[in-house]
Design a protein. Structure first.
Length: 175
C-alpha cells in the first residue's frame, strides 16, 4: 500500500475543497452535491452493527447512511468518511444491486445488505484514503474554528482586563 501516495492525493483533494464557514456537514454535502451534479441524501438510521456508515449510489443520487445511535461528532466523522469515498472516486455499492432506493429506505433488509456489502466492499487502500481525507477535513475545520475564535477571545479578555486590548501572549507575559 502506497501510504505516501495516499497522503499526497488527500492533501491535494483537501486543498481543492472549499469548506462552508461556519462548517456544517449538511451545507458541505449540499455544496459537494452541486459540484458533482448529483444530490447527496443523508440518512441517520440504526445500522445494527453492519457498519457505521454506508455510501450507496442510485441512478440519480448518492445516499449516505450513517449510524443514528452515536454522538454528533462521530456522525460527522462517519459522513465525512463516506463523502471521502465520493471525493476520491471510489467505486461504491449501487442501490440497484440491493433493492430500489425507495424500498431501501422504507424497509431495509439488513441481512441482504450485509451480504452485498461483503461482496462489493472498498479495498483497504480506499478505506485508508477515505479515513485520512475525513481526518484532514476535520483538522482543517478545527484549525479554522480556532483562528476565528482567537480574536473574539482576545476582545473578551480585554473587556475584563484594564480596558486595553491585548493579545493572549501579551497577557501571559504580564503574569
Amino acid at each position: 500500500m502506497d501510504v505516501r501516495g495516499i497522503r499526497r492525493r488527500c492533501d491535494a483533494r483537501l486543498a481543492s475543497l472549499v469548506l462552508p464557514q461556519p462548517f456544517a456537514i449538511a451545507a458541505f454535502c449540499e455544496q459537494l452535491a452541486a459540484q458533482r451534479g448529483r444530490p447527496i441524501h443523508l440518512r441517520a438510521m440504526p445500522l445494527t452493527g453492519i457498519a457505521y456508515g454506508i455510501c450507496l449510489l442510485s441512478h440519480d443520487a448518492d445516499h449516505i447512511l450513517y449510524e443514528r445511535d452515536t454522538s454528533p461528532f462521530h456522525q460527522q466523522h462517519i459522513i465525512l468518511h463516506e463523502v471521502g469515498h465520493l471525493i476520491c472516486g471510489h467505486r461504491a455499492t449501487t442501490t440497484e444491486t440491493i433493492v430500489d432506493p425507495a424500498g431501501l429506505f422504507a424497509s431495509m433488509d439488513l441481512g441482504r445488505l450485509q451480504a452485498v456489502l461483503r461482496r462489493a466492499s472498498y479495498s483497504a487502500s480506499d478505506e485508508r484514503e477515505a479515513e485520512l481525507l475525513a481526518t484532514l477535513i476535520e483538522q482543517r475545520i478545527s484549525a479554522t474554528a480556532i483562528q476565528q475564535a482567537t480574536p473574539l477571545a482576545d476582545r473578551l479578555a480585554a473587556s475584563f482586563d484594564d480596558g486595553q486590548p491585548q493579545l493572549a501572549a501579551e497577557r501571559e507575559d504580564r503574569t
